[in-house]
Design a protein around this ligand. Sequence first.
Ligand code: XMP
Length: 515
Amino acid sequence: MNKKVLILDFGSQVTQLIARRVREIGVYSEVWPYNADIKKIESYNPAAIILSGGPASTTVAVSPRCDAAVFKLGVPILGICYGEQLICASLGGKVEAGLEREFGKTNLNIKKDSPLFAGFWQSGDIQKVWMSHGDRVINIPEGFEVIATSEGAPFAAIADESRKIYGVQFHPEVTHTPDGAKLLDNFVTKIAAIDPDWSMASFKDEAINSVRLKVGDKRVLCAVSGGVDSSVVANLLHEAIGDQLQCIFVDTGLLRQDEGRKVAEMFRRNYHINLLHIDASDKFLGQLEGVNDPETKRKIIGGMFIEIFEEEAKKLGQFEFLAQGTLYPDVIESVSFTGVETSTIKSHHNVGGLPERMNMKLIEPVRELFKDEVRALGRELGMSDELLKRHPFPGPGLAIRIPGEITREKVEILQKADEIYINAIRDAGLYDEIWQAFAVLLPVKTVGVMGDARTYEYVCALRAVTSQDGMTADFYHFDYDFIGRVSNKIVNEVKGINRIVYDITSKPPGTIEWE
Ligand code: XMP
């Protein structure tokens, strides 16, 4: 096993970025809750520890602290923001509640050369860093020296070079600190002397080993949707435990054209994975009859999914484990000051409540990864780019792309229009530039003329957006000729649609989906 970094999370919004930066350096890291058991930490055997930032204050009676023994492990430690304050509060320094916050880009005055800054910052430099703090250190523990200051933080960076313990009040993990990645690189590869030899290939091997260890000869159940995350998890598990894996694909009938068949074929023929394909379209469409409200649609679909999954799984015998494709951004860890962590997972990203109900243990092998890292893992597993680069598709599927009531006829009309649109985008070589593109069938009929006849049919809206993470988005600027050709093709070939509109709303104020 390679040397690795342990990040203790004190609840900062950007803790996950620290993990990512360390992995980008080529060193494996994991994020654990701040109060992780010291025995577990010792057996994890980290070669360096990073204490994250966080919203708490060490100046109040109850503040989140890691086990004091962490400071005696003898491994290099870097405290960031709250992490720096905690180092001071724990080792004999003093922190005071700040009257004014120092927030945003700040000038950092480098006071001393340090291995932490080696190669990019020197004593006397003034450098830009990103700060976000209220409290500040006013006295540093014995053995420490100040290596940088800022206007609001006289101890903006401190170091005990002999114990290799460092604290920075600014955030090196965010891109607003231009040299932040270099600082982390120095800490990890020079100060902690960890060879940057970790890669997605080693992650794959480690994940496979740990699944094998955990599962033994027991059976694992995995819900797949045909999307990237669950397909990568299924492939990883299959490589680890072969036929001890059983996948279930609940086909809601609300997928894209022909998708149910394609997903089933891909799993069976390409991946040789045991797959139960349940065609539950009648059940889903039946339950959705007469339902107009978007959230009610979501609830019905989520509830039915769990019901059907549970019923079918029971028929397949006993399973010890349930595998899920939970990603890091799905896990919003809020660290409470009483020491109890609660983690909320977006309800549409998992089979919520199922593990407890079915008495199964959870396996989440990609829990530490970001979306692009999951794609890289998929590539390591030999999966095709065609699957790995697919646009996101929402769990409730076409149900939330048919505002108003859903009927089988409407689903079929929408599938045909969507297929023409997406194929045209692929043929034009634009698919990978776009975060998500899809057609929406509006509950509005308009008058048209085809040949010599009057038509009275549905309006179809086309949507395409660019985005980094789905949180904000801009509409895609198609060329008019392209969108004109797509419009003609849909109106000519899809019976039931006689008018096309293009959605030019950004997010915010719009959302990506229409419901
Ligand atoms: P919105 O519409 O909120 O979408 O801007 C942001 C991203 O989330 C997807 N989305 C969903 N995914 N279940 C899902 O699995 C849902 O209920 C759901 N609603 C939105 C959407 O496709 C986009 O990628």
